[in-house]
Design a protein around this ligand. Structure first.
Ligand code: NAP
Length: 485
């Protein structure tokens, strides 16, 4: 493992302390970003005294750094760094100093770096940039912005092809999807990667702190895809579960357009992503890109969890089992009960699958009647209009629309006249915890089940499928409480 901690300090004394700390944290190398110092250093002795191998970098403004000085000043500082024992120096791939035959500079290994400030270009261009850089020094380094799945895919493909040259290089992503290119740098073909000393002390966007990188050496990567990926409780739930189980793991966000799903599935295999949650709008469209759809997803007709079993991607559905466990935990028996599902989307189908399994009598009411009809026929139920439903008698009512959710109208999805004392009423919405629908039902004497319960149980099932370990309900419930603040 080769981790280079990038140190951005304002004085040489601070930089030396940071390099020494990096050494204690297990870094193999430290990059000193001289361009981030408050003023040019007069004395490099404090750095000389730290034994960790060091790289000197003066990143110019055009390459995303702070160095505004000329080439002569750069040349002089690098010479002093080499004299002070620096083993590597970094020159940008358009630097006039690349032609220098200075003997002193040549004592250090030369990293030739390229910094693309826009999204990663096509693979062929990345390869060309890296080959040119590699030809001009000892090690080519390329940093490319990866804010999209497409960009990340191009970077990984370029890395795979570059590996065939047998030359050492460092390829990394900056931007939103940058962290996985650091955690899985070997899979990109890189011989090392850059890290920050601590979270919050990054010298480039997308950097991961050294402790996390070391933890993730053999760690499990999971995450979520959808578009857009707004605020989700899932990262908090799964991160807490990893921590409580003592498993090295991370849960990352992979926002993807539908056209990027094939690339994302490829990346799951290439970067060894153990599993993903799938959310709106990809729960159905992702199915055609998977190797197998298990019985739970087949039944619902949607995938909310993908499991990577040695490169075989299996789609499953834990929404229905999450609902089943939520009802069971509440002691609510739905067998042969008259049940109303409001809505006809993904959550409604998961609910219908659960209720059919339990032998309940299913009625579906939805704003768009044709969709209610479709779901009703798939799950051997009956569809009615929302007005008609309000006048019928039910034992169980479940809201599967987003009405009442944060950011949506707070109106009720059905006339509250439908509520009767003793009914079991659930809202699948978990934010807010108590929706207007549940408050109204409670006020009319119904027993209520929170959407939070389904959220927790579906996440427990997903985590178990990814890691083989069942997380504790309490740990995930606590994560939800903390997330709400
Ligand atoms: P979806 O597939 O988009 O379906 C949404 C359903 O709600 C559709 O039937 C839609 O009716 C209806 N709807 C949307 N806006 C409406 C409005 N303004 N008035 C009346 N009906 C409206 O979404 P989904 O995946 O089923 O998700 C639905 C809710 O469940 C979301 O709030 C989601 O957060 C929640 N959920 C919770 C969990 C959990 O673990 N607790 C899991 C999954 C989902 P049309 O057919 O007429 O468009």
């Amino acid at each position: 493992m080769t981790i280079c901690v990038s140190v951005g300090a304002t004085t040489i004394k601070e930089a030396a302390e940071a390099v020494s700390e990096a050494q204690k944290k297990g870094a193999d190398l430290a990059e000193v970003r001289f361009d981030l110092l408050k003023e040019p250093p007069s004395d490099l002795t404090p750095l000389k005294n730290v034994s960790l191998p060091k790289m000197a970098t003066l990143r110019s403004k055009a390459h995303g750094g702070q160095w505004a000085g000329g080439d002569k000043a750069k040349f002089n500082l690098y010479r002093r760094a080499v004299r002070a024992g620096f083993k590597l120096i970094d020159l940008e791939d358009d630097s006039p100093l690349l032609g220098s035959r200075d003997r002193e500079l040549r004592k250090a290994e030369l990293v030739v770096s390229h910094h693309e400030l826009g999204e990663a270009p096509p693979e062929a261009r990345i390869i060309e940039i890296m080959l040119l850089a590699g030809a001009r020094g000892d090690l080519a380094k390329g940093a490319f912005v990866v804010n999209t799945v497409g960009g990340l895919h191009r970077l990984v493909q370029a890395g795979k092809l570059l590996s065939l040259t047998g030359r050492r290089f460092v390829l990394l992503g900056t931007g939103d999807l940058g962290p996985i290119t650091r955690m899985r740098y070997r899979r990109l073909g890189s011989s090392m990667t850059y890290a920050s000393l601590d979270p919050g002390r990054e010298t480039a966007p997308g950097q991961v702190d050294v402790a996390t990188l070391k933890k993730m050496e053999n760690g499990i990567i999971t995450g979520i895809t959808g578009m857009p990926l707004g605020h989700s409780f899932s990262p908090a739930l799964h991160s807490s579960a990893f921590e409580a189980a003592g498993i090295a793991g991370e849960y990352l966000k992979f926002p993807a357009h539908e056209s990027e799903l094939p690339q994302l599935m490829d990346l799951m295999r290439e970067l060894d992503i153990a599993g993903l949650n799938v959310t709106i709008p990809h729960k159905e469209s992702v199915m055609e890109h998977l190797d197998k759809i298990d019985a739970s997803a087949e039944e619902v007709g949607a995938v909310n969890v993908i499991v990577n079993r040695k490169g075989r991607l299996i789609g499953m559905n834990t929404d229905a089992s999450g609902l089943a466990q939520a009802f069971k935990a509440a002691g609510a028996d739905v067998k042969e009960r008259r049940s109303l599902i409001i809505g006809a989307g993904g959550a409604a189908r998961a609910c219908a699958a659960f209720l059919r399994r339990e032998g309940a009598d299913i009625i579906i009411a939805n704003r768009t009647r044709s969709k209610a009809k479709e779901v009703a026929s798939r799950f051997s139920g009956r569809d009615v209009s929302l007005d008609e439903a309000a006048g019928l008698d039910f034992d169980v009512i479940v809201n599967c629309t987003p009405l009442g959710m944060e950011g949506f109208p707070s109106q009720l999805p059905i006339d509250p006249a439908v509520f009767r004392p003793g009914q079991v009423v659930m809202d699948v919405i978990y934010n807010p915890e108590r929706t207007p629908f549940l408050t109204e039902a409670e006020g009319r004497g119904c027993k209520t089940i929170l959407g939070r319960e389904m959220l927790i149980y579906q996440a427990m099932d997903a985590f178990e499928a990814w890691t083989g370990q069942r997380p504790s309900y309490e740990v995930m419930a606590e994560a939800v409480r903390k997330e709400r603040g």
